[in-house]
Design a protein around this ligand. Structure first.
Ligand SMILES: *Cc1c(COP(=O)(O)O)cnc(C)c1O
Length: 353
């Protein structure tokens, strides 16, 4: 049975026999071959690392199990994070399990419904500020020393340590490294963590080569593409609506050392890729998670996609953001409860196909 990322990768993580392990058995997520989607990507063998099946529905659980375990070991009195939603959901759940109070600071109106509901359900104290995620992170960083709280954003080094296990799992499943990894980039912690994971496996001789790292930002929140912070980041993809990434240097290092790139995709491209994943592969992700697929499709259209084995990291579950889907999909109008009404709809739909 899968034992969670700390027990599975203990030798690679900053834990000791004295660390109380707080886990919901995160990690061990599916690596799914995506042949129907790959038909849009000439000569690419496409695999999807589906992080949406983690306990709280995003990859954030990989880092949170380590951060909360260490907070407990260090006798923290409470934890705090700034969040666009998924860090809040994950911190709230793991803190609940550890018996630690949890404060989350979010941009008012900037968090998808499902994520807000998760934080509330797990009993976190939610503080909504009039400002952006970057404002939320700024005040949390300022407040941590004075309030004596443990910060569990990805600038907490234990978070990235846990998140690098995603790279280990990909290599373990494939029996080697892929040629490239495509990943959404917001605060840039995850691309930094994956690169660290591949580098550690490379140094340990587990893999011969490291993959190229392709990061994708939303066009309205693309500081790493533009080369400067964005004061008012704007995109439908709330998880990557970030103008001043905390792990800026980590992302640049990953791209430089791997021969990769960071590029931008539009909101229309994000929503189209989200729909394609759901309709052609049965994999439902939130808009941010569709960024790597949107990016690969764009590269293919422009003739810039090299052949090879590519893994897309699908960071979060689609159920978290129902409003994003309802922007393009309409809920059904009720019809009479008769077989004839059903038959009429079935015939019309299949003729239209
Ligand atoms: C946090 C998050 C991201 C961005 O990850 P960073 O480490 O901030 O770059 C992308 N997608 C989802 C679903 C997330 O929750």
């Amino acid at each position: 049975m899968w034992r969670g990322v700390i027990e599975e990768y203990r030798a690679h993580l900053p834990v000791t026999a004295r660390t109380p392990v707080v886990t919901l058995l995160e990690g061990g997520t599916p690596l799914v071959r995506a042949d129907r989607l790959a038909r849009h990507l000439p000569d690419v063998a496409l695999w999807l690392k589906y992080e949406g099946v983690n306990p709280t529905g995003s990859f954030k659980d990989r880092g949170m199990t380590v951060a909360i375990s260490k907070a407990l070991e260090d006798r923290s009195r409470a934890v705090v994070c700034a969040s666009t939603g998924n860090t809040a959901a994950s911190a709230a759940a793991y803190a609940a399990r550890a018996g630690l109070p949890c404060f989350v600071v979010v941009p008012a109106g900037g968090v998808a419904l499902g994520k807000m509901v998760q934080a509330l359900a797990h009993g976190a104290r939610v503080v909504a500020v009039r400002g952006s995620f970057d404002d939320a992170l700024r005040i949390v960083r300022e407040g941590v020393p004075r309030l004596q709280l443990t910060l569990v954003n990805s600038i907490n080094p234990y978070r990235l340590e846990g998140q690098k296990t995603g790279a280990f799992e990909i290599c373990d499943a494939l029996g080697g490294a892929p040629d490239a990894v495509a990943i959404p980039v917001g605060n840039a912690g995850n691309i930094t963590a994956y690169w660290r994971g591949f580098t550690e496996y490379h140094c340990a001789g587990v893999i011969d080569e490291r993959p190229r790292m392709w990061g994708f930002q939303a066009a309205g929140a693309a500081p790493l593409v533009l080369g400067h912070p964005v004061a008012h980041p704007d995109t439908i993809a709330s998880a990557i609506r970030i103008g001043r990434p905390a792990s800026w240097e980590g992302a640049e290092t990953a791209v430089r050392e791997s021969g990769g790139a960071i590029e931008a995709v539009s909101d229309a491209e994000l929503l189209a890729a989200q729909a394609l994943l759901a309709r052609e592969e049965g994999v439902f992700v939130e808009p941010s998670s569709a960024a790597p697929v949107a990016g690969l499709l764009k590269r293919a259209r422009e003739g810039r996609l090299a052949p090879g084995l590519v893994v897309c990291v699908l960071t979060g579950q689609g159920l978290k953001d129902p409003d994003a889907v309802l922007r393009t999909e309409r809920q059904p109008e009720p019809v009479p409860a008769t077989m004839e009404a059903l038959a009429h709809l079935v015939d019309a739909a299949l003729v239209a196909r």
